[in-house]
Design a protein around this ligand. Structure first.
Ligand code: 3EB
Length: 307
């Protein structure tokens, strides 16, 4: 077992020796779900600073949960989390981040000059400036707001880089103009990793952003549909440029849907269920979670994975 992830209103470390933890987001359609990351080969476990990790010689999975109260400000908390990640990856011999998940409270709340998401991006960039600024494909990523204290980060890394995939419908996040924050977010729209036995696809949190602008403000269902167009465009572009084991959203293994407001669950779930109900043998597992998107005008975010 590389990792076991549960979902609960509060983030928690459930095992001090291995990455077994809950993400601090409530499930909306089921009372419990465990996401298991399994290895076909033996796993070793370790700790580095605040990180608990597992590795099997090919992939490293790490998790950390920082108490914000331990840091003078949130920028330092974010910088520290990423410094710990990069130091571990360097030391353990897995230099290439492939996929990052970032969860923290009050994501769109102003704090001083910037909001907390922008401050998070500043701290991440501070660490990147010390650690080479991704001289390989930046990881795919998710950044979602919780209702609970603590900066929670988990990630997978490899010994060599994945292939970077950007979305033809969207400005690359690392090129976003300054109106969205003092530094651009450092992530790829997706990474595609060939592990030897087959390619895995890690798709970043994707929203109703076309170019760099939010579309369909106040209309969650239209935002879902725009998000699905973005995901389909990303996958077909990937298929044309890299060759992909999944060419459409319905081919993916798992989707996570983050909703700002639980009251829009029925319409979102109905629409997505109908969208996925094609005559295929298998469909993605869909998890619906309550979480805040990093722009207050976005009500829904969707990430996907193919393994
Ligand atoms: C967007 O497309 C939405 O800062 O790591 C999505 C995924 C978003 C990851 C991050 C931010 C991040 O810009 C926001």
């Amino acid at each position: 077992m590389l990792a076991a992830i549960g979902f609960a209103p509060k983030a928690a470390i459930l095992d001090t020796q291995r990455p077994v933890f809950t993400v601090g987001l409530p499930l909306l359609t089921t009372t419990s779900y465990t996401e298991l990351w399994l290895s076909p080969t033996p796993v070793h476990y370790g700790k580095h600073a605040s990180i608990t990790y597992s590795e099997n010689g090919t992939v490293l999975f790490g998790h950390l949960l920082l108490e914000e109260a331990d840091f003078p400000d949130f920028r330092i908390a974010s910088q520290t989390a990423y410094q710990h990640v990069f130091a571990l990856l360097q030391q353990a011999g897995y230099p290439c981040l492939l996929r990052m998940w970032n969860y923290f409270p009050a994501i769109v709340t102003p704090q001083g000059e910037f909001n907390r998401y922008q401050t998070f991006c500043l701290g991440r960039q501070d660490a990147l400036n010390e650690w080479g600024n991704f001289d390989y494909a930046p990881p795919a990523a998710t950044a979602i707001g919780t209702q609970q204290a603590g900066l929670q980060v988990y990630f997978i890394a490899g010994k060599s880089a994945g292939m970077q995939l950007e979305n033809p419908r969207q400005t690359s996040a690392f090129l976003y103009p300054r109106q969205y924050g003092p530094v651009s977010p450092a992530f790829s729209r997706a990474t595609v990793k060939d592990w030897g036995q087959g390619k895995h696809i890690y798709i970043s949190g994707t929203t109703s952003i076309v170019g760099h602008e939010t579309l369909h403000i106040g209309k969650p269902l239209l935002q879902l549909e725009e998000t699905l167009r973005n995901l389909e465009a990303l996958l077909s572009h990937g298929d044309a440029t890299l060759g992909m084991p999944a060419r459409q959203v319905r081919d993916l293994t798992q989707l996570k849907v983050y909703l700002h407001d639980a009251t829009c669950l029925p319409e979102i779930q109905e629409r997505l269920t109908a969208y996925l109900a094609a005559a295929t043998l298998s469909q993605p597992t869909v998890l619906y979670l309550q979480g805040d998107v990093c722009r207050s005008d976005l009500m829904v975010e969707v990430e996907g994975i193919y393994t």
